[in-house]
Design a protein around this ligand. Structure first.
Ligand SMILES: Cc1cc2nc3c(=O)[nH]c(=O)nc-3n(C[C@H](O)[C@H](O)[C@H](O)COP(=O)(O)OP(=O)(O)OC[C@H]3O[C@@H](n4cnc5c(N)ncnc54)[C@H](O)[C@@H]3O)c2cc1C
Length: 391
């Protein structure tokens, strides 16, 4: 596996780094304090081509490889995870699903607007009673003349209040279980679609998170993405891409923690010397460096496998599990390096910790990823509890 970046990938990385330092870093603290979603900045991400980087150019994307996409997401994640969420949801979950499963008309209608940032999309899988057990979606899709009627509730949907388009996963036939799931492209202006902002989040305060109510929302036949019964496959392939993106963003958090900690430790003096002189402080930083590098290499491996179109579900889970846990640990250690100064938002490290915390929960909790990795290693599915008499 060749881990060297090409000249083009380096240029993409450098450009993203400069953009993040110029446009995202200076706004991150104020947006976090105000719990304000910065739509203008989201539009700038679109102008840079960061909202659909791997999407084919003919649909408004940049036709970039996954390695390059990961480099962009890492930089945005270093700057602000709330903005990284926009990139991940829009690119991996929404655009990626439409490009892979959509009809030519669906692609031509939605992708150019999504890639440019003119429209935002959200991914409506989770429900109040359906989280890790995604196959148990309860939102109903019933056949009506010329289309479908959707009723139900969605929970924790990133960009749900801002989006013009919602991918809604719904059950067409409860008896068929996951084989009855379908995915619909629902314009959020459709009658019966209502969203509400979720307040009081620990982190990702500048990210928009919504609960969604679908009250007999009617869509035409051409709103169906893929076929009836494809919903579960669409969700799982989207999450394979989304998890890669979350993992790359977490490498950015680890990188930000290292940079902030080195900078602080070499300037802050105690006992007459910079605190970086103390071995115990160096240990905190060395542990961060090791976790950052390991996370980055795991993300790189997953990206290369994706670029080679090789199976990568387990490798993506490994990268997601490791990088998200590493981000939490690095942010916690970075606060320690900063002492009391790390406890307030003069430095980015307390935000890094609050923002990193959700990454071990969404796009598959750490437990779910351990079960995916364990299933691959043992051949035994430990995800679903066995009932008496089952083997
Ligand atoms: C800020 C935020 C943004 C989000 N954005 C989106 C979005 O855009 N779209 C979307 O669809 N969803 C989104 N989510 C939802 C997220 O994906 C879910 O929260 C996640 O899948 C976990 O589901 P849950 O919260 O219902 O937890 P549960 O599934 O109820 O899990 C609770 C606990 O039980 C454990 N558990 C569950 N099943 C098992 C098992 N089989 N074995 C071992 N342990 C298990 C879990 O690991 C966890 O520790 C978001 C969530 C948050 C917080």
């Amino acid at each position: 596996m060749d881990l060297d970046l090409t000249d083009e990938q380096r240029l993409i990385q450098e450009t993203a780094r400069e953009f993040v330092d110029r446009e995202i870093v200076p706004r991150a603290r104020d947006s976090d304090r105000a719990a304000r979603f910065d739509r203008e900045l989201a539009a700038s991400l679109g102008e840079m081509g960061y909202l659909g980087a791997p999407v084919a150019e003919e649909y408004g994307g940049r036709s970039l490889d996954y390695t390059s996409y990961g480099l962009i997401v890492e930089e945005v994640g270093r700057g602000d995870s709330s903005m990284r969420t926009v990139v991940s949801v829009q690119t991996s979950l929404v655009c990626g699903s439409i490009e892979r499963w959509g009809t030519e008309d669906q692609k031509r209608h939605w992708l150019p607007r999504l890639c440019s940032g003119e429209a935002l999309g959200c991914f409506g899988l989770t429900e109040p009673d359906t989280g890790s057990d995604a196959a148990s979606v309860r939102t109903r899709a019933e056949r009506v003349d010329g289309g479908w009627r959707l009723s139900g509730q969605k929970m924790w949907i990133s960009l749900g209040n801002q989006a013009e388009l919602a991918l809604i996963f719904a059950q067409t036939d409860p008896e068929a279980k996951h084989k009855g799931l379908a995915c619909f492209l629902v314009p959020t202006a459709t009658k019966g679609f209502a969203s509400q902002e979720i307040h009081g989040k620990l982190g990702l305060r500048a990210s928009d998170t919504a609960s969604i109510a679908l009250d007999e929302v009617e869509v035409a036949d051409d709103a169906l993405l893929g076929d009836v019964g494809d919903g579960f496959k669409i969700a799982m392939t989207a999450l394979d891409a989304g998890r890669y993106s979350v993992a790359a963003g977490c490498v950015g958090i680890c990188e930000g923690c290292v940079q902030a900690s080195v900078s602080y430790a070499t300037e802050r003096r105690q006992f007459g010397v910079p605190i970086a002189t103390f071995q115990l402080v160096q240990e905190l930083i060395a542990d961060m460096v090791v976790k950052r590098d390991a996370a980055r290499l795991l993300v790189r491996r997953a990206g290369i496998l994706k670029d080679q179109a090789k199976p990568n579900t387990t490798e993506t889970s490994i990268a997601k599990l490791f990088a998200t846990e590493a981000a939490v640990e690095c942010a916690n250690a970075a606060i320690q390096v900063h002492g009391g100064s790390g406890y307030v938002d003069d430095h980015p490290v307390e935000r890094y910790l609050r923002d990193a915390r959700v990454t071990t929960l969404y796009e598959g909790t750490s437990q779910i990823h351990k079960l995916i990795i364990g299933r691959d290693a043992t051949g035994i599915n430990a995800m679903t509890p066995l009932r008496a008499g089952e083997s």
